[in-house]
Design a protein around this ligand. Structure first.
Ligand SMILES: [Zn+2]
Length: 478
Protein backbone atom coordinates (compact mmCIF):
# COMPACT_ATOMS: atom_id res chain seq x y z
CA UNK A 1 0.00 0.00 0.00
CA UNK A 2 1.49 3.24 -1.15
CA UNK A 3 -0.04 5.79 1.12
CA UNK A 4 0.26 6.10 4.88
CA UNK A 5 -2.47 4.90 7.15
CA UNK A 6 -2.32 7.89 9.42
CA UNK A 7 -5.40 9.51 7.95
CA UNK A 8 -7.34 6.86 9.77
CA UNK A 9 -10.30 8.41 11.55
CA UNK A 10 -9.07 11.85 10.72
CA UNK A 11 -11.73 14.46 10.70
CA UNK A 12 -11.58 16.17 7.38
CA UNK A 13 -14.19 18.44 8.92
CA UNK A 14 -11.67 20.04 11.19
CA UNK A 15 -9.85 21.72 8.31
CA UNK A 16 -11.59 24.88 7.19
CA UNK A 17 -9.70 25.49 3.96
CA UNK A 18 -11.28 26.23 0.61
CA UNK A 19 -10.28 23.99 -2.25
CA UNK A 20 -11.54 23.85 -5.76
CA UNK A 21 -14.05 21.14 -6.48
CA UNK A 22 -14.95 21.76 -10.07
CA UNK A 23 -16.86 18.58 -10.67
CA UNK A 24 -18.99 18.92 -7.55
CA UNK A 25 -21.88 21.17 -6.68
CA UNK A 26 -21.43 22.87 -3.35
CA UNK A 27 -24.04 21.97 -0.79
CA UNK A 28 -26.74 24.57 -0.38
CA UNK A 29 -26.46 25.77 3.20
CA UNK A 30 -29.78 27.55 3.07
CA UNK A 31 -30.71 29.52 6.14
CA UNK A 32 -28.16 27.95 8.44
CA UNK A 33 -27.74 30.17 11.48
CA UNK A 34 -24.38 31.86 11.71
CA UNK A 35 -23.67 30.84 15.27
CA UNK A 36 -24.49 27.18 15.37
CA UNK A 37 -25.39 24.27 13.23
CA UNK A 38 -28.75 22.78 14.14
CA UNK A 39 -29.26 19.02 13.75
CA UNK A 40 -31.69 19.71 10.89
CA UNK A 41 -29.20 21.92 9.04
CA UNK A 42 -26.47 19.40 9.67
CA UNK A 43 -28.61 16.64 8.20
CA UNK A 44 -29.40 18.79 5.15
CA UNK A 45 -25.72 19.46 4.45
CA UNK A 46 -24.99 15.76 4.85
CA UNK A 47 -27.87 14.83 2.54
CA UNK A 48 -26.57 17.08 -0.20
CA UNK A 49 -23.03 15.78 0.09
CA UNK A 50 -24.13 12.16 0.09
CA UNK A 51 -26.33 12.72 -2.97
CA UNK A 52 -23.24 14.05 -4.77
CA UNK A 53 -21.16 11.09 -3.70
CA UNK A 54 -23.73 8.48 -4.74
CA UNK A 55 -24.34 10.21 -8.01
CA UNK A 56 -20.94 11.41 -9.17
CA UNK A 57 -18.18 9.76 -7.20
CA UNK A 58 -16.80 6.88 -9.21
CA UNK A 59 -15.37 5.44 -6.01
CA UNK A 60 -18.77 5.11 -4.35
CA UNK A 61 -19.33 1.36 -3.99
CA UNK A 62 -22.74 0.78 -5.51
CA UNK A 63 -23.14 -2.65 -3.97
CA UNK A 64 -26.43 -3.02 -2.10
CA UNK A 65 -25.32 -6.22 -0.35
CA UNK A 66 -22.18 -4.77 1.19
CA UNK A 67 -23.92 -1.49 1.95
CA UNK A 68 -26.77 -3.39 3.62
CA UNK A 69 -24.32 -5.33 5.78
CA UNK A 70 -22.38 -2.24 6.89
CA UNK A 71 -25.67 -0.51 7.69
CA UNK A 72 -26.92 -3.46 9.72
CA UNK A 73 -23.75 -3.51 11.82
CA UNK A 74 -23.66 0.30 12.03
CA UNK A 75 -27.27 0.54 13.18
CA UNK A 76 -26.74 -2.20 15.72
CA UNK A 77 -24.00 -0.03 17.25
CA UNK A 78 -25.88 3.24 16.83
CA UNK A 79 -28.90 1.71 18.57
CA UNK A 80 -26.92 1.31 21.80
CA UNK A 81 -25.00 4.58 21.45
CA UNK A 82 -25.69 7.55 23.71
CA UNK A 83 -28.06 9.04 21.13
CA UNK A 84 -30.12 6.18 19.68
CA UNK A 85 -32.58 8.57 17.98
CA UNK A 86 -29.91 10.11 15.73
CA UNK A 87 -30.32 9.16 12.04
CA UNK A 88 -27.43 7.24 10.53
CA UNK A 89 -26.57 6.14 7.02
CA UNK A 90 -23.48 4.13 6.23
CA UNK A 91 -21.91 3.84 2.82
CA UNK A 92 -18.78 2.26 1.36
CA UNK A 93 -16.10 3.86 -0.78
CA UNK A 94 -13.78 1.89 -3.03
CA UNK A 95 -10.41 2.99 -1.70
CA UNK A 96 -7.48 0.83 -0.55
CA UNK A 97 -6.45 3.18 2.26
CA UNK A 98 -7.57 2.48 5.80
CA UNK A 99 -10.01 5.21 6.56
CA UNK A 100 -13.49 6.05 7.69
CA UNK A 101 -15.09 9.45 8.03
CA UNK A 102 -18.20 11.11 9.37
CA UNK A 103 -20.05 13.69 7.33
CA UNK A 104 -22.53 16.12 8.88
CA UNK A 105 -25.90 14.60 9.72
CA UNK A 106 -24.86 11.03 10.54
CA UNK A 107 -23.54 9.92 7.15
CA UNK A 108 -20.57 7.65 7.71
CA UNK A 109 -18.27 6.50 4.93
CA UNK A 110 -16.05 3.44 5.17
CA UNK A 111 -13.17 2.62 2.83
CA UNK A 112 -13.04 -0.89 1.37
CA UNK A 113 -9.40 -1.01 2.56
CA UNK A 114 -10.58 -0.75 6.14
CA UNK A 115 -13.07 -3.60 5.81
CA UNK A 116 -10.36 -5.78 4.27
CA UNK A 117 -7.73 -4.87 6.88
CA UNK A 118 -9.91 -5.66 9.88
CA UNK A 119 -9.03 -9.14 11.11
CA UNK A 120 -12.20 -9.51 13.15
CA UNK A 121 -15.66 -8.03 12.97
CA UNK A 122 -15.07 -6.40 16.36
CA UNK A 123 -12.06 -4.57 14.92
CA UNK A 124 -14.19 -3.28 12.06
CA UNK A 125 -16.98 -2.34 14.49
CA UNK A 126 -14.53 -0.41 16.65
CA UNK A 127 -13.93 2.05 13.81
CA UNK A 128 -17.66 2.41 13.19
CA UNK A 129 -18.17 2.98 16.92
CA UNK A 130 -15.55 5.74 16.90
CA UNK A 131 -17.19 7.49 13.93
CA UNK A 132 -20.66 7.11 15.44
CA UNK A 133 -19.34 8.81 18.58
CA UNK A 134 -18.13 11.81 16.52
CA UNK A 135 -21.72 12.19 15.38
CA UNK A 136 -23.54 11.57 18.68
CA UNK A 137 -21.13 13.89 20.53
CA UNK A 138 -21.97 16.55 17.91
CA UNK A 139 -18.30 17.23 17.17
CA UNK A 140 -19.07 18.51 13.71
CA UNK A 141 -21.64 21.00 14.93
CA UNK A 142 -19.21 22.15 17.64
CA UNK A 143 -16.43 22.74 15.12
CA UNK A 144 -18.79 24.57 12.83
CA UNK A 145 -20.24 26.53 15.75
CA UNK A 146 -16.87 28.19 16.22
CA UNK A 147 -16.76 29.30 12.63
CA UNK A 148 -18.50 31.99 10.66
CA UNK A 149 -21.03 31.02 8.06
CA UNK A 150 -18.51 31.57 5.28
CA UNK A 151 -16.16 29.19 7.04
CA UNK A 152 -18.99 26.68 7.04
CA UNK A 153 -19.28 26.96 3.32
CA UNK A 154 -15.53 26.58 2.97
CA UNK A 155 -15.69 23.54 5.19
CA UNK A 156 -18.37 22.01 3.04
CA UNK A 157 -16.34 22.75 -0.08
CA UNK A 158 -13.28 21.23 1.52
CA UNK A 159 -15.21 18.10 2.35
CA UNK A 160 -16.37 17.77 -1.19
CA UNK A 161 -12.85 18.47 -2.42
CA UNK A 162 -11.43 15.81 -0.15
CA UNK A 163 -13.92 13.37 -1.56
CA UNK A 164 -13.17 14.49 -5.10
CA UNK A 165 -9.46 14.10 -4.50
CA UNK A 166 -10.00 10.71 -2.96
CA UNK A 167 -12.02 9.53 -5.91
CA UNK A 168 -8.96 10.36 -8.00
CA UNK A 169 -7.20 8.20 -5.41
CA UNK A 170 -5.14 11.00 -3.96
CA UNK A 171 -6.58 12.05 -0.66
CA UNK A 172 -3.18 13.17 0.61
CA UNK A 173 -3.19 15.90 -2.03
CA UNK A 174 -6.23 17.41 -0.42
CA UNK A 175 -4.64 17.13 3.00
CA UNK A 176 -1.45 18.81 1.78
CA UNK A 177 -3.39 21.63 0.19
CA UNK A 178 -5.31 22.08 3.41
CA UNK A 179 -2.00 22.17 5.29
CA UNK A 180 -0.68 24.90 3.03
CA UNK A 181 -3.74 26.96 3.80
CA UNK A 182 -2.19 27.17 7.24
CA UNK A 183 -5.45 26.80 9.10
CA UNK A 184 -4.66 23.52 10.74
CA UNK A 185 -2.85 24.40 13.92
CA UNK A 186 -5.76 26.11 15.60
CA UNK A 187 -7.96 23.12 14.82
CA UNK A 188 -5.70 20.42 16.16
CA UNK A 189 -6.62 21.16 19.76
CA UNK A 190 -10.25 20.35 19.12
CA UNK A 191 -9.30 17.39 17.06
CA UNK A 192 -7.20 15.82 19.81
CA UNK A 193 -9.91 16.23 22.41
CA UNK A 194 -12.55 15.01 20.01
CA UNK A 195 -10.49 11.99 19.00
CA UNK A 196 -10.04 10.97 22.63
CA UNK A 197 -13.72 11.44 23.34
CA UNK A 198 -14.71 9.47 20.24
CA UNK A 199 -12.42 6.64 21.37
CA UNK A 200 -13.91 6.57 24.85
CA UNK A 201 -17.56 6.80 23.78
CA UNK A 202 -17.01 4.44 20.86
CA UNK A 203 -15.53 1.83 23.18
CA UNK A 204 -18.60 2.00 25.43
CA UNK A 205 -20.84 1.52 22.39
CA UNK A 206 -18.78 -1.44 21.27
CA UNK A 207 -19.17 -3.02 24.70
CA UNK A 208 -22.94 -2.42 24.87
CA UNK A 209 -23.37 -3.94 21.39
CA UNK A 210 -21.77 -7.14 22.67
CA UNK A 211 -18.64 -6.89 20.56
CA UNK A 212 -15.11 -7.75 21.69
CA UNK A 213 -13.75 -4.47 23.10
CA UNK A 214 -10.16 -5.63 22.65
CA UNK A 215 -10.77 -5.22 18.91
CA UNK A 216 -10.30 -1.48 19.28
CA UNK A 217 -6.77 -1.23 20.73
CA UNK A 218 -5.57 -4.20 18.66
CA UNK A 219 -6.76 -2.67 15.40
CA UNK A 220 -5.46 0.80 16.21
CA UNK A 221 -2.14 -0.59 17.29
CA UNK A 222 -1.70 -2.46 14.03
CA UNK A 223 -2.62 0.64 12.07
CA UNK A 224 -0.12 2.67 14.02
CA UNK A 225 2.62 0.12 13.33
CA UNK A 226 1.84 0.40 9.64
CA UNK A 227 1.94 4.17 9.86
CA UNK A 228 5.49 4.25 11.21
CA UNK A 229 6.84 2.62 8.08
CA UNK A 230 5.69 5.61 6.10
CA UNK A 231 6.37 8.35 8.59
CA UNK A 232 9.40 9.89 6.87
CA UNK A 233 7.47 10.48 3.69
CA UNK A 234 4.26 11.53 5.33
CA UNK A 235 3.04 15.05 4.59
CA UNK A 236 3.06 17.53 7.47
CA UNK A 237 -0.58 17.02 8.23
CA UNK A 238 -0.06 13.33 8.81
CA UNK A 239 2.92 13.89 11.12
CA UNK A 240 1.05 16.44 13.21
CA UNK A 241 -2.10 14.38 13.27
CA UNK A 242 -3.09 13.55 16.84
CA UNK A 243 -0.75 11.00 18.34
CA UNK A 244 -2.19 7.58 18.52
CA UNK A 245 0.27 6.28 21.12
CA UNK A 246 -1.56 7.91 24.01
CA UNK A 247 -4.90 7.11 22.45
CA UNK A 248 -3.97 3.44 22.27
CA UNK A 249 -2.66 3.49 25.83
CA UNK A 250 -5.97 5.06 26.94
CA UNK A 251 -7.95 2.39 25.17
CA UNK A 252 -5.84 -0.43 26.57
CA UNK A 253 -6.35 0.91 30.06
CA UNK A 254 -10.09 0.97 29.67
CA UNK A 255 -10.26 -2.43 28.03
CA UNK A 256 -8.40 -4.17 30.88
CA UNK A 257 -11.22 -3.07 33.19
CA UNK A 258 -13.91 -4.51 30.91
CA UNK A 259 -15.08 -8.15 30.90
CA UNK A 260 -13.45 -10.58 28.50
CA UNK A 261 -15.77 -11.67 25.74
CA UNK A 262 -15.16 -14.02 22.85
CA UNK A 263 -17.16 -12.98 19.80
CA UNK A 264 -17.40 -14.90 16.56
CA UNK A 265 -17.44 -13.03 13.26
CA UNK A 266 -20.82 -13.05 11.52
CA UNK A 267 -21.18 -14.88 8.21
CA UNK A 268 -22.15 -11.51 6.66
CA UNK A 269 -18.79 -10.00 7.67
CA UNK A 270 -16.96 -12.91 6.07
CA UNK A 271 -19.05 -12.88 2.88
CA UNK A 272 -18.71 -9.10 2.50
CA UNK A 273 -14.91 -9.35 2.63
CA UNK A 274 -14.81 -12.31 0.26
CA UNK A 275 -16.99 -10.40 -2.19
CA UNK A 276 -14.64 -7.40 -2.10
CA UNK A 277 -11.69 -9.69 -2.81
CA UNK A 278 -13.51 -11.45 -5.65
CA UNK A 279 -14.44 -8.12 -7.23
CA UNK A 280 -10.98 -6.53 -6.92
CA UNK A 281 -8.35 -6.26 -9.66
CA UNK A 282 -8.20 -8.43 -12.75
CA UNK A 283 -10.59 -11.41 -12.77
CA UNK A 284 -7.78 -13.92 -13.41
CA UNK A 285 -5.81 -12.58 -10.43
CA UNK A 286 -8.90 -12.74 -8.22
CA UNK A 287 -9.43 -16.37 -9.26
CA UNK A 288 -5.82 -17.21 -8.34
CA UNK A 289 -6.05 -15.33 -5.03
CA UNK A 290 -9.22 -17.15 -3.98
CA UNK A 291 -8.08 -20.51 -5.30
CA UNK A 292 -5.13 -20.34 -2.93
CA UNK A 293 -7.44 -19.34 -0.05
CA UNK A 294 -9.71 -22.31 -0.78
CA UNK A 295 -6.68 -24.61 -0.88
CA UNK A 296 -5.56 -23.24 2.48
CA UNK A 297 -8.99 -23.42 4.14
CA UNK A 298 -11.25 -25.85 2.24
CA UNK A 299 -13.99 -25.55 4.88
CA UNK A 300 -14.28 -21.75 4.72
CA UNK A 301 -17.54 -21.31 2.81
CA UNK A 302 -16.93 -17.60 2.22
CA UNK A 303 -13.72 -18.33 0.30
CA UNK A 304 -15.50 -20.89 -1.89
CA UNK A 305 -18.22 -18.29 -2.44
CA UNK A 306 -15.56 -15.74 -3.36
CA UNK A 307 -13.94 -18.15 -5.77
CA UNK A 308 -17.29 -18.81 -7.49
CA UNK A 309 -17.75 -15.07 -7.82
CA UNK A 310 -14.28 -14.55 -9.26
CA UNK A 311 -14.87 -17.41 -11.74
CA UNK A 312 -18.09 -15.74 -12.87
CA UNK A 313 -16.21 -12.48 -13.40
CA UNK A 314 -13.60 -14.37 -15.43
CA UNK A 315 -16.37 -15.58 -17.76
CA UNK A 316 -16.38 -19.14 -16.37
CA UNK A 317 -20.04 -19.32 -15.36
CA UNK A 318 -20.23 -23.12 -15.53
CA UNK A 319 -17.24 -23.57 -13.20
CA UNK A 320 -18.70 -20.92 -10.92
CA UNK A 321 -21.99 -22.82 -10.72
CA UNK A 322 -20.30 -26.09 -9.77
CA UNK A 323 -18.32 -24.35 -7.01
CA UNK A 324 -21.27 -22.43 -5.67
CA UNK A 325 -23.69 -25.35 -5.68
CA UNK A 326 -21.21 -27.30 -3.55
CA UNK A 327 -21.18 -24.44 -1.02
CA UNK A 328 -24.96 -24.05 -1.07
CA UNK A 329 -25.30 -27.74 -0.16
CA UNK A 330 -23.08 -27.61 2.91
CA UNK A 331 -23.17 -24.03 4.23
CA UNK A 332 -25.97 -22.47 6.31
CA UNK A 333 -28.47 -20.68 4.07
CA UNK A 334 -27.47 -17.10 3.27
CA UNK A 335 -28.75 -14.37 0.93
CA UNK A 336 -25.18 -13.90 -0.38
CA UNK A 337 -25.21 -17.43 -1.82
CA UNK A 338 -28.64 -17.04 -3.41
CA UNK A 339 -27.98 -13.71 -5.12
CA UNK A 340 -24.75 -15.08 -6.58
CA UNK A 341 -26.52 -18.24 -7.77
CA UNK A 342 -29.06 -16.03 -9.55
CA UNK A 343 -26.31 -13.91 -11.11
CA UNK A 344 -24.64 -17.04 -12.47
CA UNK A 345 -27.91 -18.27 -14.00
CA UNK A 346 -28.49 -14.87 -15.61
CA UNK A 347 -24.99 -15.05 -17.11
CA UNK A 348 -25.93 -18.50 -18.48
CA UNK A 349 -29.07 -16.93 -19.99
CA UNK A 350 -31.38 -18.79 -17.66
CA UNK A 351 -33.35 -15.87 -16.24
CA UNK A 352 -36.27 -18.12 -15.26
CA UNK A 353 -34.04 -20.14 -12.92
CA UNK A 354 -32.64 -16.91 -11.45
CA UNK A 355 -36.18 -15.74 -10.71
CA UNK A 356 -37.07 -19.10 -9.14
CA UNK A 357 -34.02 -18.98 -6.83
CA UNK A 358 -34.60 -15.37 -5.79
CA UNK A 359 -38.32 -15.87 -5.30
CA UNK A 360 -37.54 -18.65 -2.81
CA UNK A 361 -34.82 -16.49 -1.22
CA UNK A 362 -37.29 -13.63 -0.87
CA UNK A 363 -39.58 -15.86 1.20
CA UNK A 364 -36.67 -17.14 3.27
CA UNK A 365 -35.08 -13.70 3.84
CA UNK A 366 -37.99 -11.25 3.68
CA UNK A 367 -35.96 -8.46 5.33
CA UNK A 368 -33.14 -8.56 2.78
CA UNK A 369 -33.25 -5.54 0.49
CA UNK A 370 -30.52 -6.93 -1.72
CA UNK A 371 -32.61 -10.01 -2.49
CA UNK A 372 -35.60 -7.80 -3.34
CA UNK A 373 -33.51 -5.69 -5.73
CA UNK A 374 -31.99 -8.77 -7.32
CA UNK A 375 -35.41 -10.38 -7.77
CA UNK A 376 -36.84 -7.30 -9.50
CA UNK A 377 -33.75 -7.10 -11.71
CA UNK A 378 -33.96 -10.80 -12.63
CA UNK A 379 -37.66 -10.47 -13.44
CA UNK A 380 -36.98 -7.57 -15.79
CA UNK A 381 -34.28 -9.62 -17.52
CA UNK A 382 -36.50 -12.72 -17.68
CA UNK A 383 -39.34 -10.92 -19.45
CA UNK A 384 -41.46 -10.50 -16.30
CA UNK A 385 -41.26 -6.71 -16.09
CA UNK A 386 -44.95 -6.36 -15.15
CA UNK A 387 -44.41 -8.53 -12.06
CA UNK A 388 -41.24 -6.58 -11.25
CA UNK A 389 -43.03 -3.23 -11.46
CA UNK A 390 -45.83 -4.46 -9.19
CA UNK A 391 -43.41 -5.75 -6.55
CA UNK A 392 -41.25 -2.62 -6.64
CA UNK A 393 -44.28 -0.36 -6.27
CA UNK A 394 -45.28 -2.29 -3.15
CA UNK A 395 -41.79 -1.78 -1.69
CA UNK A 396 -41.93 1.94 -2.51
CA UNK A 397 -44.99 2.30 -0.26
CA UNK A 398 -42.63 2.04 2.72
CA UNK A 399 -39.41 3.27 1.16
CA UNK A 400 -40.19 6.11 -1.22
CA UNK A 401 -36.72 7.57 -0.59
CA UNK A 402 -34.84 4.59 -2.05
CA UNK A 403 -33.30 5.58 -5.42
CA UNK A 404 -32.49 1.95 -6.28
CA UNK A 405 -36.20 1.08 -6.20
CA UNK A 406 -37.14 4.03 -8.43
CA UNK A 407 -34.38 3.02 -10.86
CA UNK A 408 -35.75 -0.53 -11.00
CA UNK A 409 -39.29 0.78 -11.51
CA UNK A 410 -38.08 2.98 -14.35
CA UNK A 411 -36.31 0.02 -15.98
CA UNK A 412 -39.39 -2.19 -15.59
CA UNK A 413 -41.60 0.37 -17.31
CA UNK A 414 -39.00 0.85 -20.04
CA UNK A 415 -39.04 -2.91 -20.66
CA UNK A 416 -42.83 -2.75 -20.91
CA UNK A 417 -42.62 0.14 -23.37
CA UNK A 418 -44.47 2.44 -20.94
CA UNK A 419 -42.64 5.69 -21.55
CA UNK A 420 -44.62 8.11 -19.39
CA UNK A 421 -44.31 5.83 -16.38
CA UNK A 422 -40.63 5.17 -17.15
CA UNK A 423 -39.72 8.87 -17.09
CA UNK A 424 -42.00 9.58 -14.13
CA UNK A 425 -39.97 7.04 -12.11
CA UNK A 426 -36.64 8.29 -13.51
CA UNK A 427 -37.53 11.78 -12.26
CA UNK A 428 -37.56 10.47 -8.68
CA UNK A 429 -34.11 8.95 -9.16
CA UNK A 430 -32.82 12.44 -10.01
CA UNK A 431 -34.66 14.07 -7.11
CA UNK A 432 -32.99 11.66 -4.71
CA UNK A 433 -29.63 12.33 -6.30
CA UNK A 434 -30.05 16.03 -5.71
CA UNK A 435 -30.60 17.13 -9.31
CA UNK A 436 -33.90 19.00 -9.59
CA UNK A 437 -33.36 20.31 -13.15
CA UNK A 438 -32.79 16.77 -14.45
CA UNK A 439 -35.88 15.56 -12.57
CA UNK A 440 -38.02 18.32 -14.08
CA UNK A 441 -36.76 17.42 -17.53
CA UNK A 442 -37.80 13.78 -17.00
CA UNK A 443 -41.30 14.85 -15.95
CA UNK A 444 -41.60 16.99 -19.06
CA UNK A 445 -40.63 13.99 -21.18
CA UNK A 446 -43.18 11.88 -19.27
CA UNK A 447 -45.85 14.43 -20.09
CA UNK A 448 -45.07 14.51 -23.79
CA UNK A 449 -44.66 10.74 -24.15
CA UNK A 450 -48.40 10.49 -24.63
CA UNK A 451 -48.92 6.95 -23.33
CA UNK A 452 -49.90 7.69 -19.74
CA UNK A 453 -53.46 7.44 -18.46
CA UNK A 454 -55.33 10.28 -16.79
CA UNK A 455 -54.16 9.37 -13.27
CA UNK A 456 -50.52 9.09 -14.22
CA UNK A 457 -50.57 12.39 -16.09
CA UNK A 458 -52.22 14.24 -13.20
CA UNK A 459 -49.58 12.81 -10.88
CA UNK A 460 -46.86 13.97 -13.30
CA UNK A 461 -48.34 17.48 -13.42
CA UNK A 462 -48.64 17.75 -9.66
CA UNK A 463 -45.08 16.55 -9.13
CA UNK A 464 -43.80 18.90 -11.83
CA UNK A 465 -45.38 21.93 -10.13
CA UNK A 466 -43.96 20.81 -6.78
CA UNK A 467 -40.41 20.42 -8.11
CA UNK A 468 -40.53 23.71 -10.00
CA UNK A 469 -41.46 25.43 -6.74
CA UNK A 470 -38.58 23.72 -4.90
CA UNK A 471 -36.15 24.76 -7.62
CA UNK A 472 -37.27 28.40 -7.44
CA UNK A 473 -36.93 28.27 -3.66
CA UNK A 474 -33.42 26.85 -3.90
CA UNK A 475 -32.38 29.55 -6.40
CA UNK A 476 -33.75 32.32 -4.20
CA UNK A 477 -31.59 31.14 -1.31
CA UNK A 478 -28.38 31.30 -3.31
ZN1 LIG B 1 -11.93 10.56 14.82
Amino acid sequence: MRRPFALLLSCALALPAPLSAQSYDLPDLGDVAATELSPAAERRIGEEIIAQIRWRDAAYLDDPEIEEYVNRLGHRLAGVSNNPTQDFDFFVVRDPTLNAFALPGGYIGVHTGLLLAAQTESEFASVLGHEIAHVTQRHIAQIVGKQSQSAMLMMASLLVAVLAARSNSDVSQAAIAAGQAGAIQSQLGYTRAFEREADRVGLETLDKAGMDVRGMPSFFERLQRNTRVYENNAPAYLRTHPLTTERIADMENRVTRMPYRQVLDSADFRYARAKLRADAGQPADAVRDLESEVARAPQAEEMAYGLARALLRAGRADDALVRLDAVRKRAPASPWLETLAAEIHIARRDGAEAVRILDAARRQFPASRSVAYALADARIQAGQAGEAAKAVRRLLDDRSGDPRLWQLLSRAHAALGERSAQHRAQAEVYVLRGSLPAAIEQLEIARKAGDGDFYLLSAVDARLRELQRSLQEARRQQ
